[in-house]
Ligand binder design. Structure first.
Ligand code: ME8
Length: 514
């Protein structure tokens, strides 16, 4: 397919606040999004994958003050560390947007003007609770009591009383249209639990939303009234438009709009599934197809926090365990959508069990038998026995099974489907015992090794989005050219007679240092 005929897929991560260093939670969302982006590319789609940093607002301004650096210099530094994190995690983003960039500020100003001209914004006065940590307004009835009796946001963030002139967005007028939109687009929010939360929030009635602040300066000024700074969430959400070229509808990237999927953590669903579609509809713009919200990680049973000192640095983790193992673990350990717990023990268990024993040994055993007994030459397929056909049929069924899992962001299920085949291949090699056939029936030995090479090729091709480095090496060892590693290429068999390079272990066992 040529670039122009491919169907497009626009995928985003949240843009992360630059108030602190990236941690494993940020890496998780970015890796999950990356797996999906790589899968869609493998499946022949024209992908636009966006990530970046959210640099305005009181929270960042405060962090810069505490660091004793001006907010722009501070944002430059922390944004660079988020970009370095994405690079270290193998995140194949097509663009990295920063909300302090001119292209983004211009998009915000234009969106604001469109909301004003459609009569959706008016000047008033805000009085109520605000949590800087969440950058969110809360109603009195939403607050909870803290351990010392103080009022807290439902997230546990401290709140302060705010009283200032403010522009408002007429969110209250959007309740019915939002509910009709959710009904017409049942897949807009997933998983179901999150969808239900959003529905009940919107059914409960919506208040107009304060969309500007006058008590600090670090943000995008309101067009025509620069005493007001745009509410950081209106600014931040607009990044998804800015990167697609908005407001220039002739921009090459505008073809990607609306986004196919916003992948976010569960705590920011309301912004993406309520405010964002309301802003877009009010401005006469198309609404994204889906918002998927995943769960939260704790670390060794505890909430990650700077004060507890248990924040996991993803770059250090990759330094210790390797990138492929970390990516695999994060998506394998916890059903996507659920909360999960990170522990070294669980990571090492998956590395040694599923990577080293199940997949690594299968590849090493098969490829070294080809290397030693067949001079490294890939044998031809022979007449199929029943066990050969059953195993090959299982691997050939995987692309369709995985497409359906990826469509639901069920990454853990996709991995389980592949592992079922890996386990079956291990049972097959044990039963067929090609090492014994070497002495009794070398022709059959070649046929068995060919079946195994075909299984490994299918598995390695399909696992590339999860473990691009390790699976690239496995495909090298199987003699698969770099230009023939897509899903479509699986239909053509590898040519018999290909010389395979000497195999080298791909997943060594991890031994905990004493
Ligand atoms: O909310 N477990 O930025 P943020 C899993 N700037 N995921 C986690 C996590 C954890 N413990 N901690 C963070 C913002 N995340 C806004 C977004 S978008 C227009 C603006 C991930 O720096 C998860 O994806 O607080 C969560 O939604 C995101 O980081 C929040 O990052």
């Amino acid at each position: 397919m040529t670039e122009t005929t491919k169907s497009s897929f626009y995928l985003t991560t949240p843009i992360y606040y630059v108030n602190g260093a990236p941690h494993i939670g940020h890496a998780y969302t970015s890796i999950a999004a990356d797996v999906l982006a790589r899968w869609q590319r493998l499946d022949g789609r024209d992908v636009f994958f966006l990530t970046g940093t959210d640099e305005h607002g009181q929270k960042v301004e405060k962090a810069a003050q505490e660091a004793g650096i001006d907010p722009q210099g501070f944002s430059d530094q922390v944004s660079a560390s988020f970009r370095a994190m994405a690079d270290a995690m193998g995140v194949s983003y097509d663009d990295f947007i920063r909300t302090t960039e001119p292209r983004h500020k211009a998009a915000c100003a234009e969106l604001w003007r469109r909301l004003v001209s459609s009569g959706q914004i008016y000047l008033g006065h805000y009085e109520g609770w605000y949590a800087v940590r969440d950058e969110a307004f809360y109603g009195e009835d939403e607050l909870v009591a803290g351990p010392d009796g103080s009022r807290l946001a439902p997230s546990g963030a401290p709140v302060e009383w705010v009283r200032e002139p403010s522009y408002f967005f007429r969110l209250s007028q959007w309740q019915d249209r939002l509910l009709a939109f959710y009904e017409a687009n049942p897949d807009f929010i997933s998983p179901t639990a999150r969808r239900n939360e959003v529905l009940s929030f919107v059914r409960g009635g919506l208040n107009d939303l304060s969309v500007s602040r006058t008590t600090f300066r670090w943000g995008v000024p309101v067009p025509g009234d620069p005493a007001h700074i745009m509410y950081v969430w209106l600014d931040a959400l607009t990044n998804y438009l800015s990167a697609a070229g908005f407001p220039d509808e002739a921009a090459p990237r505008w073809r990607y709009w609306p986004a196919d999927l916003h992948l976010v953590g569960k705590e920011i669903v309301r912004f993406h599934a309520v405010y964002w579609p309301a802003f877009l509809m009010a401005a006469g713009l198309a609404v994204p197809h889906r918002v998927y919200s995943h769960g939260w990680w704790t670390v060794e049973g505890e909430k990650m926090s700077k004060s507890v000192g248990n924040v996991v640095d993803p770059v250090a983790l990759v330094g210790e365990f390797g990138l492929d193992a970390v990516r695999f673990f994060l998506l394998r350990e916890v059903p996507f959508g659920n909360d999960g717990d990170f522990s070294r023990r669980a990571l090492i268990g998956r590395m040694n069990g599923e990577l080293a024993n199940d997949l690594g040994n299968l590849a090493q055993r098969s490829l070294s038998l080809i290397n030693k007994n067949l001079d490294g030459v890939l044998p031809a397929r022979g007449p199929m026995t029943a066990p050969d056909s059953v195993l090959l049929a299982a691997v050939e069924a995987l692309p369709e099974l995985l497409r359906a899992r990826f469509a639901r962001c069920a990454f853990h299920e996709a991995l389980e489907e592949v592992w079922k085949v890996i386990r079956a291949a291990n049972a097959y090699i044990d039963h067929q015992a090609p090492w014994a056939l070497r002495k009794t029936d070398t022709v059959r030995m070649g046929e068995v090794l060919r079946v195994l090479a075909d299984v490994l090729r299918g598995v390695a091709t399909l696992l590339q989005p999860f473990m691009p480095g390790a699976m690239g090496r496995m495909l090298d060892q199987l003699g698969v050219p770099e230009t023939a590693r897509g899903l479509d290429d699986l239909r053509a068999p590898l040519p018999a007679g290909t010389m395979l390079p000497a195999p080298a272990g791909i997943f060594p066992r991890y031994v905990e240092k004493a």
